[in-house]
Each structure stands twice: as structure tokens, then as C-alpha cells.
Design a protein around this ligand. Structure first.
Ligand code: FES
Length: 214
């Protein structure tokens, strides 16, 4: 077992990396915005993920890409490239995922967007156009992963809103895959305080109750 990794190597945020330099399934290690990052190519898809395993910090650059996952070289935990979720033991926590932007043949890693579920004041995310009327994202208990997210959505009048619509909308809001809700609940209205803030504790209770009766 080696030492946990530091932050160094090519700067994917400032300089980017040529897509043509990325080989299928071979992670390239570097940094972006002060974080150690790996870029992995799968076909025409590119994934930017945290470079350290969340179990004991092994360098995932030495890991093995298998299908849509990367396997840790030390104790073989598995992480989903698309979401960062720890999908195989012994790791329990997800690795971060970063948005990427392609400019010509170069790929750049963008900063991690803020998690909207941690927005101060619990204000709902409002769509400027094309999206739902309002959205609130809360944590819900998950026996295996600890806590995942559930989105409560109020569609615009006369509109329907599907799970795919939610993913699309939240990607437009620059929400990382790691923070994407795993569940969507379409509701008529969000519980609000008299001052207009979402009562997230009520939504959390609702999400918990739904899981218990599922
Ligand atoms: S350090 Fe990655 S599984 Fe243990």
C-alpha cells in the first residue's frame, strides 16, 4: 500500500487537456481548482472525478476502469464514473464529480457547482424558463449510502415533469451528477413559511415517510 496522493500535475482547469491525448479507460491524473482530479475517457464521453479513494485515500489513477466504474487499487472499492457513487465495498462515501467543458479538442474541468440542497435560507430553485415552477431538494435516509437526495418539484401550471426532465433541468443549473437526486416527487405546492422560505424539515419528514411505506 502506498502513500495517499497530493495535488499536482497538469492543471485541467487552466490549461485543459487534449481529448486526443486521453485513451479509452486510462485515467489521467492532474488538478483543477485546488483539487486532485482524474479524467477518464469512455468512448466519446469524458468524466472528471476525484483522484483519491474515499476509503483510505488510494490513488485512483492506479485503479482499473471497468464498464462505467473505476476500481480502487488498494482494497478494490468501486466508484461510478458518472455519479461518483461508491457502488462496491469497502468505500462508503462517494468521490466528487466535476463538470467538464469541451472547447475544440481540449477538455477543461470546471469548478464544482454548489449543492442546491444546501442553499442558504432554504430558498427554492426557480427556473427562468422551460423548467418547473419551483424545486426543493432534501436529504433522505438510505440504509446503504447514508443519505441521498429527493427532489420535490412543482411543475408549471398545465405541464408535466418527469425524472428525465429533472435531470436535464438540474444539469442546466450546473448541479453535479454526484448531487443529483435519486428520487422525484411531483407536488402541487411546497410547504412554505410565512416569510416565503421552504420548510425543508417537512419535506425531509415526507421523504422519510415515503421510504418507510415503499
Ligand atoms: S483505499 Fe480504496 S478501497 Fe481502500
Amino acid at each position: 500500500m502506498g502513500e495517499p496522493i497530493g495535488i499536482g500535475g497538469p492543471d485541467f482547469a487552466q490549461d485543459g487537456i487534449a481529448c486526443s491525448a486521453l485513451e479509452e479507460g486510462k485515467p489521467v491524473a492532474g488538478q483543477a481548482n485546488g483539487e486532485a482530479v482524474l479524467i477518464v475517457r469512455r468512448g466519446e464521453g469524458f468524466f472528471a472525478i476525484g483522484a483519491a479513494c474515499t476509503h483510505y485515500g488510494a490513488p485512483l489513477a492506479d485503479g482499473i476502469v471497468e464498464g462505467g466504474t473505476i476500481r480502487c487499487p488498494w482494497h478494490h472499492a468501486r466508484f461510478e464514473l458518472a455519479t461518483g457513487e461508491a457502488s462496491g465495498p469497502p468505500a462508503l462515501d462517494a468521490i466528487p464529480c466535476f463538470p467538464v467543458e469541451r472547447r475544440g479538442d481540449r477538455l477543461f474541468v470546471l469548478p464544482r457547482p454548489k449543492d442546491p440542497s444546501k442553499a442558504p435560507g432554504g430558498n427554492p430553485v426557480r427556473s427562468a424558463s422551460g423548467g418547473p415552477q419551483s424545486v426543493a431538494i432534501v436529504g433522505m435516509p438510505n440504509a446503504r449510502l447514508g443519505e441521498r437526495a429527493c427532489a420535490f418539484v412543482v411543475p408549471k401550471p398545465g405541464h408535466r415533469f418527469s425524472f428525465d426532465d429533472m435531470i436535464h433541468f438540474l444539469m442546466e443549473q450546473k448541479v453535479t451528477r454526484q448531487h443529483m437526486p435519486e428520487r422525484l416527487e411531483v407536488v402541487d405546492a411546497l410547504p412554505m413559511t410565512p416569510s416565503g422560505k421552504v420548510q425543508k424539515f417537512k419535506l425531509r419528514e415526507t421523504a422519510k415517510a415515503m421510504l418507510q411505506t415503499a
